[in-house]
Design a protein. Structure first.
Ligand code: SF4
Ligand code: SF4
Length: 360
């Protein structure tokens, strides 16, 4: 099977863009992210990019349909569409007699946390010299090493087709394929800082940067505050001076931020979808900037931002409970309360009245 055949199949199965990395490009990777520990005999990594629909950001931009970005925008893409594509491609490769691993999800089983630290009391290496399970592939770095685009100041992968509006799936295989060159222009990130200035959690540092060498190329991005992003992307504002708020489950110090219309963070969609901020800085603002400069190939008839951004007034905020339950959880909760009330009522009834109540 040639590289061209693989790319054509990947596109037919649903990928928007495809690149190939050779395994030597991962030399120097942190062991917990080195795919060569997953498949020591791997010869190639096929990296596929799947566009997030610009339309999936429309509902948040308008302030009326937040779930679509978390669900169709990336949840369903990550947990349904990408797995199907990588599985189909792996079937074809294994039919040719080469092992292929479909990697189309983000795993909560990973041995490191969001900051890259080993998770304590989570897992241990199966033998000396091996990493702590599970390995976590850094998908954006994989895409960079397969030539799909560059890493922007926001640490997002920026591609010439879709800018930051992309999710990634990977196939690791023993099949040897000719690698694509690393992307070298035209340069997409011009350090405009729209991502920094529009991130509601101030999670992308304006001056502190991280520098790494990837396959011999120097790459630099702004330092990310994962904790700040974790709070802000779910639409929360942290309260100070002992004020109480129930926006985030399990915390008593958060209220809805001005860019969340929800009294409490709504339930996750497709396991991970809970981006109430609608990637306001790292994706929306960056996409608007890149489209404005005319550097993206996926062009639209109308600009994305068509009016002034809205802002919710929470100055009269009072904590409320339960609103962050899903509708089915709310249904179970109300059934539980009904049963409790029935049981209490039964205590006061005669035998025949109890019988009538059961018959209801
Ligand atoms: S918003 Fe500007 S600085 Fe930030 S990643 Fe995009 S192009 Fe680079
Ligand atoms: S997801 Fe939201 S909070 Fe996190 S970096 Fe992007 S814009 Fe900032």
């Amino acid at each position: 099977m040639t590289k061209e055949q693989i790319k054509q199949l990947a596109r037919e199965y649903g990928a928007d863009i495809v690149g190939i990395a050779s395994m030597d490009r991962f030399e120097g990777s942190p062991v917990q992210m080195d795919p060569r520990f997953i498949m020591p005999e791997a010869k190639s990594m096929i990296v596929m990019g799947f566009r997030v629909m610009r339309g999936s950001l429309r509902g948040i931009e308008e302030g009326t349909f937040f779930s679509n970005y978390s669900a169709m925008g990336y949840g369903a893409l990550t947990y349904t569409f990408i797995p199907m594509t990588v599985m189909n491609l792996c079937r074809d490769i294994e039919d040719e007699g080469y092992e292929a691993i479909p990697i189309g999800h983000q795993s909560d089983w990973r041995g490191i946390d969001n900051k890259g630290n080993l998770r304590e009391h989570f897992s241990r290496p199966v033998e000396e010299g091996k990493p702590q399970p599970d390995i976590m592939l850094h998908l954006r770095i994989c895409a960079y090493l397969a030539g799909l685009g560059e890493i922007g100041y926001s640490k997002m992968l920026l591609t010439p087709e879709f800018g930051p509006r992309l999710r990634i799936g990977v196939v690791l295989t023993e099949l040897e394929l000719e690698p694509d060159p690393i992307y070298e222009g035209p340069q997409l990130c011009n350090r405009c800082m729209a991502c920094v200035n529009n991130c509601p959690g101030h999670a992308i540092h304006p001056t502190k940067t991280v520098k790494v060498t990837l396959a011999g190329h120097e790459v630099e991005w702004g330092e990310l505050d994962c904790d700040a992003c974790d709070v802000a992307f779910r639409g929360a504002e942290v309260l100070e001076n002992g004020e109480v708020g129930t926006y985030l489950p399990g915390r008593t110090d958060t209220k809805p931020a001005h860019y969340s219309p929800f009294y409490n963070k709504p339930a996750n969609l497709y396991n991970s979808g809970q981006a109430v901020c609608g990637a306001m800085g790292c994706t929306r603002a960056c996409m608007i900037a890149l489209e404005g400069r005319g550097v993206l190939k996926n062009k639209f008839k109308t600009p994305f931002r068509r009016k002034k951004l809205w802002s919710v007034d929470w100055s009269d905020y009072e904590p409320v409970e339960n609103a962050n339950m899903s509708l089915s959880e709310l249904g179970s909760e109300s059934s539980r309360k009904m049963s409790q009330a029935k049981e209490k009522l039964k205590e006061t009834l005669t035998l025949s009245e109890k019988h009538d109540l059961e018959a209801d």
